[in-house]
Design a protein around this ligand. Structure first.
Ligand SMILES: [Zn+2]
Length: 431
């Protein structure tokens, strides 16, 4: 059945780079989005497309609203939903004091289901329609988040953590159990509807060489599954990896050695990498996920986007809840702008509103190998989109009314926006 949505419609086709970014986006001030069986079948000016709609097709009128693709959150921990806003320490203490105890509770499937329901609703309430999700070491945490995502019709990529050392006993699997449980979950979930699996060693310090080798074996056996982990987030962590793997050139080289760098590998953070690492990422097609809210909150450092992009590495944005402080893509885009700025201790760049939006929608989809599937509203894409209200708060109404260009409008939303701006989130299978 056809359905149509009328409003101001914007989506990105390429990284817009500089202000203006002509050719990188399409904008229809009075636009029409036509959806059939959960897929976009038409997009263009409303006066042109309306007469071609089948008779009786419903048209939802969002005049005065902006329709954009749903956001893609490329790194988030479902099991840390309740860890958000935990005060204090740096990464390794933060894991010990807050994260590991919270993850322990996911051995109980009822708890896992309850949190997964809240998590998925938070994503959608904030306009996120696709997410790459880390579970806990327990398979039940992954079943729960896939079930919750499936019930909402959204697209999720998730995996159980593999961790067999340097973490509390109660969160450990083994190299073999981690392999076998991941394999079972891949069979159960990968490619089922909109669900896809991510092979997820937590990070190099919490896996033995035998477990990293098992993860590499899984990655070889399932080339279309994802690999999802953390890399070079914090200086103490990097020093620890150097002690644990003295024979490897760098933290990234540990993953490379075990066959974990390839397309569909997403590594969160990547703050403390060097140019050789970045060249290796570009050569293998592995992508980085920039999680600025988390990096600022935990004090891990400032991601060097300029050098990363110059090296040809794909970058997506992630909230990294619960080290991240918000499910809101607006907060993440604003934090990415702060971190990117000139004047810090690294190469500076003023990210344009279009670049920020690109990295949280179509650019993130591209980094995930999902270009053309989600992230923009080209015909054929899955119809995941958000309806934004630029007048959601008094200050936003005042500011957006003064916008003289699309960039000014988008930047006002990035700086002042949050979940109040999201009037509606639509996911493909629910249309
Ligand atoms: Zn993380």
């Amino acid at each position: 059945m056809h359905q149509a949505f009328r409003g101001s419609i914007l989506h990105f086709l390429d990284d817009p780079g500089q202000l203006g970014g002509a050719g990188a986006y399409e904008y229809f001030e009075d636009g029409l989005l036509v959806v059939e069986d959960g897929h976009v079948t038409g997009l263009g000016p409303a006066p042109e497309l309306l007469p071609r709609l089948p008779r009786g097709a419903p048209v939802a009128d969002y005049s005065g609203r902006l329709i954009l693709p749903g956001f893609v959150d490329a790194h988030v921990h479902c099991v840390q939903t309740d860890v958000i806003g935990s005060y204090g320490s740096r990464l390794l203490e933060w894991l010990e004091n807050h994260t590991y105890p919270a993850e322990r509770a996911f051995a109980d499937p009822a708890h896992a289901r309850a949190v997964a329901g809240v998590f998925v609703e938070e994503l959608l309430r904030n306009g996120t329609t696709t997410a790459l999700v880390m579970g806990s070491v327990h398979a039940a945490s992954v079943d729960a988040v896939f079930e919750a995502g499936q019930a909402q019709g959204m697209r999720l990529i998730a995996g159980k953590l593999m961790m067999d050392r340097n973490c509390p006993e109660y969160l450990r699997d083994t190299a073999e159990a981690g392999y076998a449980e991941s394999k079972l979950l891949i069979r159960r979930w990968h490619g089922r509807g909109r669900m896809q699996y991510a092979i997820s060693p937590r990070f190099a310090p919490s896996s033995t060489p035998a477990q990293l080798a098992a993860a590499g074996r899984l990655a070889r056996e399932h080339p279309d599954a994802y690999v999802h982990t953390h890399v070079a987030e914090n200086e103490e962590e990097v020093a620890w990896v150097r002690r644990l793997f003295p024979e490897r050139r760098s933290y990234l080289d540990v993953y490379d050695h075990y066959g974990l760098l390839r397309r569909r590998t997403l590594l969160a953070h990547g703050i403390w990498l060097d140019d050789d690492d970045r060249a290796r990422l570009a050569a293998t097609g592995a992508a980085l996920v920039h999680c600025p809210c988390c990096n600022l909150f935990i004090g891990s450092g400032l991601f060097d986007l300029r050098r990363t992009l110059d090296a040809g590495v794909a970058v997506a944005l992630g909230t990294d809840v619960g080290g991240g402080t918000s499910f809101s893509p607006f907060h993440t885009m604003l934090a990415a702008y702060y971190v990117g700025r000139e004047g810090h201790t690294k190469t500076g760049m003023s990210l344009t509103p279009g670049q920020l939006w690109w990295q949280h929608t179509a650019g993130a989809a591209q980094a995930l190998g999902l270009a053309g599937v989600v992230g923009n509203l080209r015909p054929g894409a899955e119809a995941d989109f958000v309806v934004l209200n630029p007048q959601a708060t008094p200050l936003l109404a005042r500011k957006t009314a003064q916008a003289n260009s699309l960039d000014e409008l988008l930047f006002a939303l990035i700086v002042l926006g949050d979940d109040r701006v999201i009037e509606r989130t639509v996911v493909s299978q629910a249309v």
